[in-house]
Design a protein around this ligand. Structure first.
Ligand SMILES: Nc1nc2c(ncn2[C@@H]2O[C@H](COP(=O)(O)OP(=O)(O)OP(=O)(O)O)[C@@H](O)[C@H]2O)c(=O)[nH]1
Ligand SMILES: [Mg+2]
Length: 212
């Protein structure tokens, strides 16, 4: 099972508050929200791009007896509360559930979201490059309509932007997962130092491409 939450009306919300097309602060709020979801709901992997977060769960996950109403309302609530608290501005997230039957469908799902991230990043960079060069909304939009990936890459290149050299989180999104790490602790009964391996969330900002 995958839960996907998406910021409600974030085109408007981000308009005057954040850098376009990408803002480090906005991205960090999304990562913080993704971390809260994976921790609170015991997910195994989370993926965030733009204003959305997907969280993957094990087949045997039985949160609230898998009641759909509970799952979507609680996940939307965790996302809204976490982002609102961190940003000190009220926002809402919607939530939906996706069901996959096997591993390859799950890989396809994340490939699909990653392709969306790449497509939107290329479009967003082109659109805002034109807008910052004083093109109107209409002109910038129509200049990109139906244009190929090669055309858009070329447009950016002519403006001194190499799409492939932009931060990986902008091109491909960000992954979060549990990792074990070694920590030195103290055992008071044996009165000696011990090595423990607790879990923590790894935030992967340099995701590999496509299936990898
Ligand atoms: N300025 C800025 N905007 C961003 C950033 N990341 C995402 N967004 C905006 O978030 C919006 C996400 O798009 P959508 O989810 O399709 O649009 P929405 O307005 O949230 O609409 P609904 O999800 O249907 O409620 C886009 O308009 C993006 O421009 C960012 O880093 N900076
Ligand atoms: Mg949205």
């Amino acid at each position: 099972m995958i839960i996907r939450v998406d910021g409600r009306g974030f085109s408007r919300f981000t308009k005057s508050r954040f850098e376009k097309p990408f803002d480090v602060k906005f991205h960090s709020l999304m990562v913080q929200t993704a971390k809260a979801l994976i921790e609170e709901l015991h997910g195994i992997y989370a993926y965030t791009e733009s204003d959305e977060i997907s969280v993957l769960f094990r087949p045997e996950w039985d949160f609230c007896d898998r009641s759909l109403e509970k799952i979507v309302s609680i996940s939307a609530s965790i996302a809204s509360a976490t982002f609102t608290h961190a940003a000190e501005t009220v926002v809402n997230f919607d939530s939906r559930v996706w069901l996959g039957a096997n591993k390859s469908q799950v890989v396809d799902y994340f490939n699909w979201r990653q392709a969306d991230a790449t497509r939107c990043a290329l479009n967003g960079w082109c659109y805002w490059t034109l807008r910052k060069a004083r093109e109107s909304v209409g002109n910038a939009t129509s200049a990109l309509e139906g244009k190929s990936v090669a055309f858009k890459n070329q447009l950016l290149f002519q403006n001194g932007i190499n799409f492939n050299e932009l931060p990986a989180w902008q091109q491909r999104g960000t992954g979060l997962y549990w990792e074990k790490y070694e920590k030195e602790g103290y055992n008071p009964i044996q009165d000696k130092a011990v090595l423990t391996t607790p879990r923590r969330i790894k935030i992967e900002e340099e995701l590999p491409m496509k299936d990898a």
